[in-house]
Design a protein around this ligand. Structure first.
Ligand code: ZN
Ligand code: ZN
Length: 264
């Protein structure tokens, strides 16, 4: 079985529908022997209350300076799971001017301010008005648009929504942009056809040498570092371990540095 020492996709109470604090998640990471966890709370108009100015409240997401970078020996990485909000693959609040510009900083959008402050960013689809009526070409462009965004590094659970998209085009775009595709353990709670789609994605990533990350998507501390179902599937297809970018903190950082034109 593979060893995966980082869990890059975990949620805290701040996500609005998760159950644990960062302290509880870290305590579980220590128990599991992880080197790092990513605090990847949702940034989503669906899950967070709106604040004045018409954008979701980012609460503690933007206050990572109040947290130690290492807690009980576990590196806590600043991330976010930002929603894709249209068929072009834009992240939430991509065109909303940010009302908080620190002294001396350039004006930015809400998404820009948030994403530029992350160690890495995950973008996922959870729905937006009209999203149910898309075509395969539109869902493909949504994912490819997100992958081309220099501020986004990982495409979160692309197979879980269950809509059709051109896997080959998404794999090609991930390869061109150096981005990572996620195999999310939580997707194995989904129906069999979704699980099969995850397997197919992993098979093509292996063949095309596209790196993946394996994540728990834990919404409570008990699931931090739980990737057994994802790893079993990868084992079944003899997925090359070296393409699991987050097997260690160092291997993940190395993969991030390989992204051409990376801004962060
Ligand atoms: Zn998600
Ligand atoms: Zn998530």
């Amino acid at each position: 079985m593979y060893t995966v020492k980082t869990d890059l996709h975990t949620h805290t109470l701040f996500s609005g529908h998760a159950f644990s604090t960062i302290g509880e998640n870290v305590a579980q990471a220590v128990r599991k022997g992880l080197e790092a966890i990513g605090m990847a709370d949702h940034y989503s108009p669906l899950f967070l209350p709106q604040r004045q100015g018409g954008f979701p409240d980012w609460g503690p997401i933007m206050n990572m300076a109040a947290l130690p970078k290492v807690i009980d020996g576990v590196r806590v990485l600043a991330s976010v799971e930002i929603d894709l909000v249209d068929f072009e693959g834009h992240p939430a609040c991509w065109n909303l001017p940010c009302p908080f510009t620190p002294p001396g900083a350039e004006p930015d959008t809400v998404a820009g301010r948030l994403l530029r402050s992350r160690d890495y960013a995950i973008a996922s689809f959870h729905g937006f008005p009209g999203a149910g009526e898309g075509t395969a070409a539109q869902y493909t462009e949504m994912y490819c648009g997100a992958l081309r965004n220099p501020l986004i590094h990982i495409l979160g659970h692309p197979c879980r929504p269950g809509f059709p998209f051109d896997l080959e085009e998404v794999i090609r775009t991930a390869k061109e942009t150096g981005k990572m595709l996620e195999i999310n353990d939580h997707s194995f709670d989904s129906p069999e056809h979704i699980q099969n789609a995850c397997r197919q994605l992993a098979i093509r990533c292996a063949e095309e040498e596209v790196p993946i990350v394996v994540s728990s998507d834990a919404h409570s501390a008990w699931f931090v570092g739980e990737f057994d179902r994802a790893l079993t599937m990868l084992q079944e297809i003899s997925f090359p371990e070296r393409l699991i970018a987050n097997r260690t903190l160092a291997s993940f950082q190395e993969q991030l540095e390989k992204i051409p034109g990376r801004i962060l």
